[in-house]
Design a protein. Structure first.
Length: 230
């Protein structure tokens, strides 16, 4: 039996949200954003263990106000994150043991579905590295520094990548250690494996799987919640 572990990242500062508390602890309707995110992985029968990565100084708050309060028994550990997202991921990865497939997910994406989670595991086992996402709805252009359009990209080839991003554990740990040692900056985890020539399979996520980033997203989140009844 494989062991599938979820790494949920909640160690950011949420600067673009502009609130005094980390955005993951803000409510959408009755519950904090991080509650919905952990609930989705807790309820999935495919997930054996969850690690939550939080900011230094927020460990007790997260334990008391989220994990103990809602009785999330699959959460095995709360780990302290790092300065950038990639440092938080590495800290989380190091805390896992006996893991075959790891799903790395933004704590700020509360509406991930069971299908997205099980597909992540399926494709990670098959291809080693995978991420979900959606096709962009807008036309995407490259803009030069003077504000003019340089060119229009082919929409059918573009893909907006979301999380979860799932990997064979040994592969992602090794690649994260390497980018860390080499001082390479990355914005997501698929870039980490691509850096060393590994292929990443992209599968269909959902337009509901938003990352709550700015205050408008809380409003959008309410509508999604209403629709999903979660
Ligand atoms: N994250 C993290 N550790 C960091 C930075 C980000 O664990 N050092 C997490 C965030 O908590 C979030 C996810 O990575 O769930 C995606 O990052 P983002 O949406 O950029 O969140 P923040 O960095 O918190 O927001 P902002 O960039 O607006 O400050
Ligand atoms: Mg950020």
């Amino acid at each position: 039996m494989s062991r599938n572990c979820a790494l949920i990242l909640a160690a950011g500062k949420g600067r673009r949200m502009g609130e005094s508390i980390n955005k993951q602890y803000l409510n959408i309707e009755k519950y904090p954003i991080l509650y919905y995110t952990i609930k989705a992985f807790s309820q999935s029968s495919c997930i054996d263990e969850i690690i939550v990565v939080v900011a230094e100084g927020e460990v007790d708050y997260c334990r008391k106000e989220i994990i103990e309060k809602y009785d999330f028994a699959k959460v095995k550990e709360v780990v302290i994150g790092g300065k950038e997202r990639q440092h938080s991921v590495l800290n989380g990865l190091k805390s896992l043991s006996n893991c075959e497939i790891v799903l790395i997910h933004d704590g700020a994406r509360p509406f991930v579905s069971e299908t997205i989670i099980s597909d992540a595991i399926f494709y990670a086992k098959l291809y080693g590295a995978t991420a979900c996402g959606v096709r962009p709805k807008d036309t995407i252009k490259i803009k030069d520094s003077s504000g003019f359009s340089l060119k229009t990209l082919k929409r059918e080839m573009l893909f907006c990548v979301q999380t979860p991003q799932a990997f064979k554990y040994d592969l992602i740990l090794e690649c994260h250690k390497k980018v860390n040692n080499e001082g390479i900056k990355v914005t997501d985890d698929t870039m980490v494996v691509e850096q060393y020539g590994n292929n990443v399979y992209l599968y269909e996520g959902s337009y509901d799987n938003i990352k709550v980033t700015t205050p408008e997203d809380i409003e959008i989140g309410r509508h999604i919640l209403d629709k999903l009844h979660c």
